[in-house]
Ligand binder design. Structure first.
Ligand code: GLV
Ligand code: MN
Ligand code: MN
Length: 414
């Protein structure tokens, strides 16, 4: 292996510095969009971009963009980046590694006087995770021009809408269109991310190439029955939405197991009014269903909706299902895959493993904007969305090195 271009010590130090913002006692990180923590994280990223010699700007949705000029400044821009928001009590690598690796790659190009034809921009996207509003990839949707004002009505658990949160953070929701880029401006998007699974670990490989990203569908279920006394109401005289939810959840898990790739998760559930000795009057829960095969995912969704109707009718429970977000699966584009493969060959990483992403990523929003692709870095034990999420310094450095060469491949192709 030849000497590394990127500086792994600097990348690692920045990862550690960024993880301090929004750090919890568990060691996990919570940074939701349009909060003080997110602002601090963005300011830190801006300072890194400036150290890297990039021209920095913030767009109308709060994406932070650092640009390195190409020798042909008018040619299409190569985009890279990821997100710096997190899930509740999440890890320090999900998103952050992609943003910091991209900055590191561009900083080294600057230090080494490396030139490229096409401009390269690194973007720290606003709210990829969707943890606050149940609606994610907000920054990348805005960049793709598909974020609409009605999306900004979706609200967090304190009933603050995206538009209100934006205003409070100093943004103008009516200007979101200004963040959109057109296909004529963008050459390709490549993102580095931790794998969040165990494939690379099982193959004993530090990095891999992503062939496609599974599509998340998020629903919110509201089951309404009759609240009452937990001691004084016989079991056969109740309309308890929790009993119905239990039936439905067990249907969902059993049904999801019938598909080769589908996954179904109920990550948030709430009983109202919420008393130990009170039969709940209402139960709310979220459902996240994904598959790389959209037809399978949509068939699973149909079955779940039908089952929900049936069990709720049988138990005299009122049912409401709200769509939070529906994202189509996204295959990686041949030109980005080729650029990653050529870059890997160049640095002696032959036989780069190819794998699917089960997690969602910002590039999924760019189907009508530009070709996309991703590099994965090995995750320890496949753990993610958890404080113990970890990738080694060596693996992160290898990922950033591969990104460095991939960006040059893309930015020097006609
Ligand atoms: C983001 O990490 C997602 O896949 O939900
Ligand atoms: Mn995530
Ligand atoms: Mn992520």
């Amino acid at each position: 292996m030849r000497a590394m271009k990127v500086n792994g010590d600097r990348l690692w130090a920045r990862l550690q510095e960024l993880r301090e913002i929004g750090k919890r006692e568990s060691g996990g990180v919570t940074r939701f969009s349009f909060t003080e923590e997110e602002r601090q994280a963005k300011n830190l990223v801006i300072s890194y971009m400036k150290e890297a010699g990039l021209q920095v700007r913030e767009d109308a949705i709060g994406n932070i963009i650092g640009r390195r000029e190409g020798t042909d400044p008018k040619s299409k821009t190569v985009l890279t980046g990821s997100h710096i928001d997190t899930v509740p009590d999440g890890g320090a690598f999900d998103g952050a590694l992609g943003v910091l690796s991209a900055i590191e790659a561009l900083q080294r190009m600057e230090e080494l006087g490396e030139q490229h034809v096409h401009p390269i921009e690194v973007i720290a996207f606003t709210d990829e995770e969707g943890s606050r509003f149940g609606f994610g990839m907000i920054g990348s949707r805005a960049l793709a021009g598909t974020l609409r004002e009605e999306h900004l009505e979706q609200s967090d658990e304190h009933r603050i809408s995206i538009a209100e949160a934006m205003r409070a953070a100093g943004y103008a929701p009516e200007r979101i269109r200004d963040a959109a880029k057109s296909p004529a401006e963008v050459k390709a998007y490549v993102e580095l991310h931790i794998e969040q699974g165990k494939v690379l670990e099982s193959l004993d490989q530090p990095v891999g190439l992503v062939t496609g990203i599974a599509g998340p569908l998020w629903l919110q279920f509201t089951l309404t029955g009759q609240a009452g006394h937990a001691g004084a109401t016989p079991m056969n005289m109740r309309r308890d939405p929790m009993q119905t939810a239990a039936e439905l959840l067990s249907f969902i898990y059993n049904e999801a197991k019938q598909y080769p790739h589908a996954v179904a998760t109920v990550g948030k559930i709430r009983a109202l009014p919420g008393g130990v000795n009170v039969i709940p009057g209402q139960v709310e829960f979220t459902l996240d269903v994904r598959d790389i095969n959209e037809a399978d995912r949509d068939r699973l969704e149909r079955k779940i909706r039908e089952a929900a109707q049936t069990v709720c009718e049988r138990n005299a429970i009122e049912l409401q299902i709200d769509l939070l977000q529906r994202v189509a699966p996204a295959p990686s584009s041949p030109i980005v895959r080729e650029a990653i493969t050529e870059a890997a060959n160049l640095i002696g990483l032959t036989n780069l493993p190819a794998l699917i992403s089960g997690a969602g990523h910002d590039g999924m929003q760019f189907h009508s904007l530009c070709p996309i692709g991703m590099i994965f870095v090995r995750s320890k034990d496949g753990v993610s969305h958890h404080p113990s999420e970890f990738s080694s310094k060596e693996d992160c450095t290898m990922g950033a090195e591969l990104l460095y060469h991939t960006l040059l491949q893309l930015a020097n192709r006609s």
